[in-house]
Design a binder for this molecule. Structure first.
Ligand SMILES: [Zn+2]
Length: 429
């Protein structure tokens, strides 16, 4: 019998409840195979439980569901020279880097990770290695190679597709390879010299055709969109997930060009937005001098967000207005971009609490049940609830008191297997 089939009991002083809104005290989580089979007070455990179950006392810790990262680039370094590395390393190096990055993410508490753009040769090879249990990794949901225009955002690891026919072919190719989500670059981006963040990369007709094709094939589509023009196209077409949603004006001197009517339509169409605020928070704290290069020849003011001290306040106002109008947020860090390391996922929750003013429990939810719902996997993960995967992480200090305590879990359990216990990696649970 493989070790995962042994029934286990995880005792913890504090266990998050079935909605991840509060603590159950001195409870035990019973795990059978890889699933949670019961949650009960420790006093109600049968006296001879250790005869039938492996009993693990996690101690005076705060146990929550494993974190879900919705936006990563597994072969990007997350260092300040990440662009140079991503454009110079060969596939062998990228593959090794991806394997290391994913294990870093896992031991930092991320048990599910959606990759929104990595070379097919890397992403699908890595998935095979995970399934063969060669490397330790969060469960991955892959887009593989993203779709962009020639010389467009992330062209150096994307499929360049300019016409409608080319985009449809690129989508079909990803499905054939096993992609579970399609990533399309609807505007230029800061990571790519001479792409233009302030303009759409595609026509509305092409974005619409891409959405229709993904619907036909039963696969969600996520779009990178900084420019207001590109956001409007994506909302009109019904793209499921809009990443960044920066509302950048075509004339960058004007800063943002926020449109409330488009926001209302987002809410009506149940479009989720990943505002990606965690990476901005990390750059401000860890690299205050960080500036995105002024890469775009048409870009007169460089990066709006880094040069304008009022930007943070305006961004917060816009995001809160979007939230008030009913837009749901996905919590994604854009892991792999500059100053977004693979153990930095909790920064999204910090941003949710500190910049948007949400409660610490809402911060915890932003990376657990909320992301599970946004990705449509809330019947598998996202809460500590009977029937869900036993993906559990624990902290010595209470993250519902201070969201910064959501960092560096002392224990990580994935599918009922202990991978880290009291800060030590466990190799043979
Ligand atoms: Zn990204």
């Amino acid at each position: 019998m493989s070790s995962t089939k042994i029934k286990k009991v995880f005792k913890s002083s504090f266990v998050s409840n079935s909605q991840t809104t509060g603590w159950l005290k001195n409870h035990a989580v019973i795990v059978q195979d890889n699933l949670i089979s019961d949650i009960l007070h420790q006093d109600k455990l049968p006296k001879d439980i250790d005869q039938t179950h492996k009993v693990i006392n996690l101690g005076k810790v705060f146990l929550i569901p494993g974190l879900i990262e919705t936006h990563a680039h597994m072969h990007c370094a997350g260092t300040k020279d990440t662009f140079k590395l991503a454009t110079s390393e060969n596939n062998d190096s990228l593959l090794i880097r991806a394997a290391k990055n994913l294990s870093t993410a896992l031991y930092s508490g991320v048990t599910t990770l959606r990759d929104l753009g990595s070379k097919n040769e890397i992403a699908f090879s890595i998935k095979n290695s995970i399934e063969s249990n060669i490397i330790k990794s969060p469960k991955v949901i892959l887009s593989g190679t993203p779709i962009t225009t020639t010389a467009g955002h992330c062209h150096f690891f994307a499929t360049e597709a300019d016409t409608k026919e080319e985009v449809l072919k690129a989508i079909r190719k990803q499905v054939k390879l096993g992609a579970e989500v399609i990533k399309i670059m609807a505007s230029g981006g800061g990571f790519t010299p001479r792409s233009n963040r302030y303009k759409a990369q595609y026509t509305s007709e092409i974005i619409k055709a891409a959405v229709v094709e993904t619907e036909r094939l039963g696969i969600p589509i996520a779009a990178h969109a900084h420019a207001t023009e590109s956001i409007k196209q994506c909302v009109d077409a019904g793209v499921k997930h809009i990443i960044h949603s920066s509302w950048l004006s075509e004339n960058s001197e004007n800063g943002e060009d926020y449109d409330q009517k488009t926001t209302k339509e987002m809410a009506e169409k149940n479009i989720w937005v990943d505002p990606g605020g965690g990476v901005t928070l990390l750059r401000r704290e860890n690299a205050p001098d960080y500036q995105m290069p002024n890469w775009t020849s048409t870009d007169v003011s460089g990066d709006v967000s880094e040069k304008d001290p009022e930007h943070d306040n305006r961004r917060t106002e816009i995001l809160l207005d979007m939230y008030d109008k009913g837009v749901r947020f996905l919590g994604g860090l854009d892991v792999g971009m500059a100053h977004a390391h693979f153990d930095n996922t909790p920064a999204t929750a910090w941003f949710t609490v500190e910049n948007l003013g949400f409660s610490p429990w809402e911060g915890i939810q932003s990376l657990t049940n909320n992301n599970a719902e946004g990705l449509g996997i809330n019947n598998q993960v996202g809460n500590i609830r009977v029937g869900l995967n036993a993906d559990l992480i624990s902290f010595e200090k209470d993250p519902s008191q201070n969201i910064r305590n959501l960092n560096n879990p002392n224990s990580v359990i994935q599918n009922g297997k202990i991978l880290k216990f009291n800060h030590k990696l466990v190799s043979d649970d």
